[in-house]
Ligand binder design. Structure first.
Ligand SMILES: C[S@@+](CC[C@H](N)C(=O)[O-])C[C@H]1O[C@@H](n2cnc3c(N)ncnc32)[C@H](O)[C@@H]1O
Length: 239
């Protein structure tokens, strides 16, 4: 299993070996691969998306199945026991969480954290205003807002998440820059373009078609771009 370089860097100084771990918001399971590679004794991968759960199960395969439990659940209400997890990762989770969801998710992560638990939050700083990809994210958010009433993406400054977690009793440990600048590759750009197109097709044609045309224009104009930074904030739950 390939472990992305950002996950390797974020976990390098964390005590994963022998630990009970949680990847909060499993996506394709990038952090799960890192937690397994670093010797996690048991790794829970939680996502609320059944396709993502299937992807993670396939990626883990049979060899790691006995150490891994892929769980479909909401991060505001997980089946994990209180005080049971030693290492939690939220690798690119927070950018898909709305501000209104943050308190309930952080409360639940705090509930399952064992005393002395290590938490790693890896995410993107808000993009510089002149970044071309931010125009694409704006169209993705506009389409999501029109369909669901909510944006798809929110980029939280690390300083905001640090202060928020402090309010739930977490102590700051360290911060690293994982990427500076972030390489938004053509495949990242296409993935976000497809998310925006997919939302736009749910709209009436007079609303959706101009959004799709704008997405197509932006994909051609952007190609790929390096912009913004990705951070890793590590915190601990005191005894
Ligand atoms: C951008 S992906 C994270 C990527 C993953 N951590 C990785 O590094 O590959 C976000 C994941 O969080 C999940 N997610 C978002 N909100 C959630 C919630 N409230 N409860 C459970 N999972 C959630 C999404 O379904 C998705 O699987």
């Amino acid at each position: 299993m390939d472990v992305p370089q950002t996950v390797t860097a974020a976990l390098e100084d964390r005590p994963v070996d022998g630990a009970t771990c949680l990847e909060a918001g499993a996506g394709v399971g990038n952090a799960t691969t890192g937690l397994l590679a670093n010797g996690g004794r048991r790794v829970y991968a939680i996502t609320n998306d059944s396709d993502h759960a299937t992807t993670v199960r396939e990626r883990i395969g049979r060899t790691e199945a006995d150490r891994t439990a892929v769980i479909e659940a909401d991060l505001t209400n997980t089946p994990l026991a209180a005080d049971s997890v030693d290492v939690i990762t939220a690798h690119t989770l927070f950018n898909v969480l709305l501000p209104a969801a943050l308190p309930a998710v952080i409360k639940e992560l705090t509930r399952v954290a064992a005393p002395d638990c290590h938490l790693v939050v890896d995410d993107y700083e808000p993009l510089p205003e002149d970044a071309a990809v931010s125009d694409l994210f704006a169209v993705e958010n506009a389409a999501a807002e029109l369909v669901t009433g909510r944006p798809a993406l929110t980029f939280y400054p690390s300083a905001v998440l640090r202060r928020l977690f402090a309010g739930y009793g977490w102590e700051f440990d360290r911060e690293l820059t994982l990427l500076d600048p972030v390489p938004w590759t053509a495949s990242h750009v296409e993935a976000h373009a497809n998310a925006a197109r997919s939302r736009a097709t749910e709209l009436a044609a007079e609303l959706g078609d101009p959004l799709i045309a704008e997405v197509d224009r932006l994909v051609d104009a952007i190609g790929s771009e390096s912009a913004g930074t990705m951070y890793s904030v590590a915190m601990r739950r005191p005894n």
